[in-house]
Design a protein around this ligand. Structure first.
Ligand code: ARG
Length: 458
């Protein structure tokens, strides 16, 4: 019999029961649900809303259910509808009439909003821990490879020389922003919805401040209707998860490119690669490809919840039950990807000579050659034109700018002097950068140091 059967003349069809049930997926909220119920029951007793003896029985019963659920001794089934009714039903079965008092001054609407917020707050802490570990690994790689020059690209065309360390630091910044986004989202979701009731509050003298402190929230949802209708916190979580996945995906794309024979900048560890069933020579970067693929899946989770919410009138609607699969899926996927990505990226072998050779070919020093002429008093736009013509000549001859003799260079501009060669060597091009946050060896060393400090403070 359903806990809400009173108003019904007959039971729902079995297929309706199954269709309506969320327990197959929301049972994973049992810890949060029981935690919320224990706080609620203590509050009810403190406020004299239910007798203390009943509250004691309820709390003991809930603790018993918690340890049984932890031990996998409870078979949650569709007949229970959802985790909230499942636990309440079980409680009454176990302790008798006192169990029926637990749901006083509460609705499943504020209960589910509470469970989800508690769940996501914990997930965010764990995700941010993983992001921090990943940044630590990247910083280590940066610090060990400060000397390794590589091409920097725009449009995937060689652009200007940088170092491998500098490239890693760019990703550190991206993952640091992810941590910030998750923190922001966590601090906005840190408001207690419990006590809102179904939608308009309750007539009991509840103590929401006590609940807030017991359940570790920073504040209390100020409007009961908003408290039960709102899923912004979940959408923000999914947005932050999507952006973090996008960062992982871009990184994976680079690892895939870099490990191809065309680039040969890195070698993936065998442990994170797989072979082909037909081509014996293949070593495929499947793990990186899968992370890139799973990014689409997390975007799908965000799109799903945005779409679920877009037409809903206030306050609670059953559509909102569909929020859980995408939320769980995104959290699981992101955590999984962060873990395996960190292991994978830490195990790559860097082919420094190939990176450096690639940085020497493709006119990555052309901007520096133009900057040289600026220093000699030529306007930048004219320098750009002069070097452009030099590059065109070099392409015809199959040479680099540095291979032209001073005489040849002077045919393009009389301002060239012997000192040009020292300026367009790629290491000089890297060292010459002076702006804050640049690719210069000096700036990179500073960035690593600053980052190590930031990481300690997180
Ligand atoms: N299983 C429901 C959900 O996940 C719980 C809230 C149900 N509330 C209701 N009024 N039917 O959204």
């Amino acid at each position: 019999m359903k806990l809400w059967h009173g108003r019904f003349a007959k039971s729902a069809d079995k297929s309706t029961d199954e269709f309506n049930a969320s327990i197959s997926f929301d049972q994973r909220l049992f810890r949060q649900d029981i935690r919320g119920s224990i706080a609620h029951c203590r509050m009810l007793a403190r406020q004299g809303i239910i007798p203390r003896e009943d509250a004691e029985q309820i709390e003991a019963g809930l603790c018993g259910i918690l340890s049984d659920a932890e031990a996998g001794r409870i078979a949650f089934d569709a007949g229970m509808e959802d985790i909230h009714m499942g636990i309440e039903g079980l409680l009454t079965e176990r302790i008798g009439p006192a169990g029926k008092k637990l749901h006083t001054a509460r609705s499943r609407n504020d209960q589910v909003a509470l469970d989800l917020r508690l769940y996501l707050k914990d997930e965010i802490s764990s995700i941010n821990g993983s992001l921090k570990t990943l940044i630590g690994a990247l910083l280590g790689m940066a610090s060990e490879n400060q000397d390794v020059a590589m091409p920097g690209y725009t449009h995937l065309q060689r652009a200007q020389p940088v170092t491998f360390a500098f490239h890693m630091l760019a990703y550190c910044q991206m993952f640091l922003r992810d941590i910030g986004r998750f923190k922001d989202c966590r601090s906005r979701m840190d408001q207690l919805p419990l006590g809102a009731g179904a939608l308009s509050g309750t007539p009991y003298r509840t103590d929401r401040e006590y609940l807030r402190a017991e359940l570790g929230f920073a504040g209390i949802c100020a409007n009961a209707m908003d408290a039960v209708s709102d899923r912004d916190f979940a959408l923000e979580f999914l947005s932050a998860a999507s952006i973090a996945m996008m960062h992982l995906s871009r990184f994976c794309e680079e690892l895939i490119l870099w490990s191809s024979s065309e680039f040969s900048f890195i070698e993936m560890d065998d442990g994170f690669s797989t072979g082909s069933s037909i081509m014996p020579q293949k070593k495929n970067p499947d793990v990186a490809e899968l992370i890139r693929g799973k990014t689409g899946r997390v975007y799908g989770d965000l799109a799903a919840l945005l779409t679920i919410m877009k037409g809903l009138p206030l306050a609670y609607n059953k559509d909102m039950q569909e929020d859980k699969p995408p939320i769980f899926d995104a959290a699981d996927t992101l955590k999984d990807c962060l873990r395996i990505f960190t292991e994978m990226v830490s195990s790559i072998k860097i082919n420094a000579p190939n990176m450096e050779n690639a940085a020497r070919k493709g006119f990555l020093n052309a901007t520096d050659a133009a900057d040289y002429l600026v220093e000699k008093g030529v306007a930048f736009r004219d320098c750009h034109e002069i070097i452009g013509r030099i590059v065109l000549r070099c392409i015809e001859k199959g040479q680099g700018i540095e291979d032209l003799s001073l005489e040849e260079l002077r045919q393009f501009s009389e301002h060239f002097g012997e000192d040009i060669y020292g300026r367009i060597d790629i290491r000089s091009c890297i060292s010459a950068k002076k702006s804050e946050g640049s690719a210069s060896f000096e700036s990179v060393a500073k960035q690593i140091e600053a980052f190590e400090e930031i990481l300690e403070g997180i």
